[in-house]
Design a protein around this ligand. Structure first.
Ligand code: C5P
Length: 235
């Protein structure tokens, strides 16, 4: 068993990707598998933390390994609004928050209450009107409790590592988090794979960790950075 260096730490972890309904049978979604966030929850529990994992549309095959761990409670959520409500409820009891979920920036303004059928408007492609979702992470930072460590994620499509760092620094300033985990994503990398590469920035914009490997290994290095932020006052 790994060292219990997070013993008793109450954590909130979000993972997966939200789905925003278009009608009762369709949604706007994203390609997040939830693997990285689930790996953070599992690694934290194995180090002694008590974790609430808000799981947005994560496949059971990804959750199976987490479900058997004593230290994790899994709460399923669907939309960004559901994720926000559950995150607010759980945040007050969490010393550390890791927001790994891919939250939809927009939702459908008025989802149809019946299936949209093409025979109802032949030859007329429908127009989807979107409205912006609240930034859950920014809300949690605004309402943070004393000594809470808040970690955001930034998945970016970039041309170079310089651009990745630059986008990370700008996101850090916008979100006000203690740590930002930045990774490059694209058609081939990041989302569905078992491997990941992360840069972790602290609130001053310093790169505190640069790590690559399995999502579990990466999760442990990220948790090392969280542990470091907590200093020695872990109780
Ligand atoms: O701005 P961007 O979506 O790249 O920010 C990513 C970070 O912000 C992630 O930690 C994600 O969970 C969080 N986020 C959020 N609410 C949103 C959008 C993103 O909490 N509406």
């Amino acid at each position: 068993a790994p060292e219990q260096d997070l013993a008793g730490l109450r954590m909130l972890v979000t993972a997966g990707g939200t789905r925003e309904p278009i009608d009762p049978v369709r949604y706007l979604g994203n390609r997040s598998s939830g693997r990285q966030g689930a790996a953070v929850a599992a690694a934290a529990a194995l180090r002694g933390a008590k974790v609430v994992l808000l799981a947005a549309n994560i496949d059971e095959s990804v959750l199976a390994g987490v479900r058997e761990l004593a230290g994790v409670r899994i709460v399923p959520v669907g939309t960004a609004a559901e994720l926000e409500e559950a995150a607010r409820a759980a945040a007050a009891g969490a010393r550390a928050i890791v927001m790994a979920a891919a939250v939809a920036d927009y939702r459908i303004a008025a989802p149809a209450d019946h299936k949209i059928r093409k025979e109802d408007a032949p030859g007329q492609a429908p127009t989807l009107t979107l409205v912006e979702n609240p930034d859950i992470l920014v809300g949690l930072v605004r309402d943070r409790i004393a000594d809470q460590i808040i970690v955001g994620f930034a998945a970016e499509t970039v041309e170079s590592e310089d651009e990745l760092l630059e986008r990370g620094l700008r996101k850090l300033a916008r979100k006000g988090v203690d740590l930002l985990a930045v990774n490059a994503v694209g058609w081939e990398t990041g989302f569905e794979s078992g491997e990941n590469e992360l840069l972790v920035l602290d609130a001053d914009g310093h790169v505190v960790t640069r790590t690559a490997g399995s999502k579990r290994q990466v999760a442990d290095r990220l948790l090392d950075a969280v542990r470091e932020e907590l200093r020695d006052d872990l109780t």
